[in-house]
Design a protein around this ligand. Structure first.
Ligand SMILES: [Zn+2]
Ligand SMILES: [Zn+2]
Ligand SMILES: [Zn+2]
Length: 369
C-alpha cells in the first residue's frame, strides 16, 4: 500500500510537464460533457454565456460635478524648483533660489480614465500525483465553466483563482512510468554503475597500483540514482497513479485606458503618467454611461469612444463586472524666469508638484558662479 503524504504533491505545478516529451497521451483524458474542447496545457478563454437575467442598464453619472481649475502660487513654483535642484547632486541651487520669475502660465490638462474590470475563465486538463484525493468523474454531470462559484473579487484589482472542475477527477496509471513509480536511470542506462572515470575501467593506475577511487573494481556507483539503476518518476512522484482532472482558471483583470488632452505647453504628455491630479469626476457602476456635459468636447468624444470600445471588446471573451470612469485635472504650470540676464523655462505639474526642466543653467558643480 502507498503511504499518503500530505501537502507537497497538491501544490506541484499542474501542467508544467505536459508540453514536454512526457506529455500525456490524448487518450488519457475522458470526454466530459460540456468540456469537449478542453486541451492539456491550456486552451483559449471561454466566452461567457448570455445572461439569463436582463443586464442592468447603465445610469447617468453624478450631476453638476465641479469643473473648476486650481492654480499654483509663485512660492509653490519656486519651492518645487528648489527642491528639484537640490535633488540633483550636480545642480547648483542658485538659479532656482535667485532666478526671477517673469511669467507663470497654466496649461492644466484633463485626464480621462476608463477602467473595465473583467472576469475571464479558461479550462485545461491537468494531473497531479494521486495520494488519495476524491475521485468523482461521472458521479454527476460537471457544472458549466461559468456556473462554478468563484470567490468574490476585489473590484479593479488583478487576481486569479484556480480550482478543479467538480465531477471531472479520475485516477489513471501514470503515463511517465507506465504505472511503475520508477524509471530507469538515464545516466547509467539502468545498471546502477558506470565505468570508473579515474582508471577508465582498468582497475589500475600507473602500472600495478590499484585504483583507489573504485578499489580496483573498474566501475563506480552512479551518483544520479545512488547505484539503484532507477529513479523516482518525477510526474507521479513515485505514486504510480495520477489524479487527472479539468482545471478551471478564473482571472480578474483591470483594463485601464487613459486619454490626456494635448496641450501646447511643451511638456511631453508622457510625463503626466507619473503624477495625480485633482479628481473632478468619478462614476463607478456595472456599465458606465458615456460622459455628458463636460466642458471639453475632446474629453466627451474620447469617453464615448473608449466606453463603446471597452464594452464591445471585453464582453466577447470575458464578463464585465464593473466599470469606472474618472476625470482628473492635472495642474501644469509653465514658469519662465531669468537668471544672469538669460531666460529659462521649467514646468511644475501634478498634485506632487513634480518639476521638469529642459535646460538648467548651472549644471556642473565647478561652474556654479
Ligand atoms: Zn577506478
Ligand atoms: Zn544511475
Ligand atoms: Zn510515474
Amino acid at each position: 500500500m502507498e503511504t499518503i503524504t500530505e501537502g507537497h504533491a497538491m501544490f506541484a505545478p499542474p501542467v508544467a510537464e505536459s508540453q514536454g516529451p512526457s506529455a500525456p497521451p490524448a487518450g488519457m483524458f475522458d470526454s466530459m460533457p460540456g468540456y469537449e474542447g478542453t486541451l492539456a496545457g491550456g486552451g483559449g478563454f471561454l466566452p461567457p454565456p448570455m445572461p439569463s437575467y436582463p443586464a442592468p442598464q447603465p445610469s447617468p453619472g453624478p450631476e453638476h460635478p465641479q469643473w473648476n481649475i486650481p492654480s499654483i502660487t509663485e512660492d509653490t513654483a519656486r519651492d518645487a524648483f528648489i527642491l528639484y535642484a537640490s535633488s540633483k547632486c550636480c545642480y547648483s541651487s542658485a538659479p532656482a533660489k535667485n532666478g526671477v520669475i517673469t511669467n507663470m502660465e497654466a496649461f492644466n490638462t484633463y485626464r480621462y480614465r476608463l477602467e473595465t474590470f473583467t472576469e475571464s475563465r479558461s479550462t485545461e486538463w491537468s494531473h497531479e500525483p494521486y495520494h488519495g484525493q476524491p475521485v468523482d468523474a461521472y458521479a454527476q454531470q460537471p457544472p458549466g465553466p461559468w456556473e462554478i462559484p468563484a470567490r468574490a473579487p476585489v473590484f479593479f484589482k488583478d487576481d486569479e483563482q484556480k480550482m478543479k472542475v467538480p465531477y471531472t477527477s479520475s485516477m489513471k496509471p501514470c503515463h511517465g512510468c507506465v504505472g511503475m513509480g520508477r524509471k530507469p536511470c538515464k545516466d547509467c542506462a539502468g545498471s546502477g554503475n558506470k565505468v570508473c572515470w579515474v582508471c577508465n575501467g582498468s582497475g589500475y593506475r600507473h602500472g600495478d597500483d590499484r585504483c583507489n577511487h573504485c578499489s580496483g573494481r573498474g566501475r563506480e556507483n552512479c551518483i544520479h540514482c545512488h547505484g539503484q539503476g532507477s529513479k523516482q518518476c518525477e510526474i507521479c512522484h513515485g505514486k504510480q497513479q495520477l489524479l487527472v482532472y479539468i482545471n478551471l482558471t478564473v482571472k480578474w483583470t483591470n483594463n485601464s485606458e487613459d486619454y490626456v488632452v494635448e496641450q501646447s505647453s511643451g511638456l511631453q504628455v508622457a510625463n503626466l503618467s507619473k503624477v495625480t491630479g485633482k479628481e473632478l469626476f468619478r462614476d463607478s457602476q456595472y456599465m458606465v454611461y458615456p460622459l455628458m456635459g463636460f466642458p471639453d468636447p475632446t474629453v466627451v468624444q474620447a469617453a464615448q469612444r473608449l466606453v463603446g470600445d471597452h464594452q464591445a471588446r471585453f464582453s466577447q471573451t470575458s464578463r464585465i463586472l464593473q466599470q469606472r470612469q474618472t476625470i482628473e485635472l492635472i495642474p501644469v504650470t509653465k514658469v519662465t524666469y531669468t537668471w544672469k540676464g538669460k531666460t529659462y523655462i521649467y514646468f511644475v505639474y501634478g498634485n506632487e508638484f513634480k518639476v521638469h526642466v529642459n535646460d538648467y543653467p548651472a549644471k556642473c558643480c565647478c561652474s556654479v558662479m
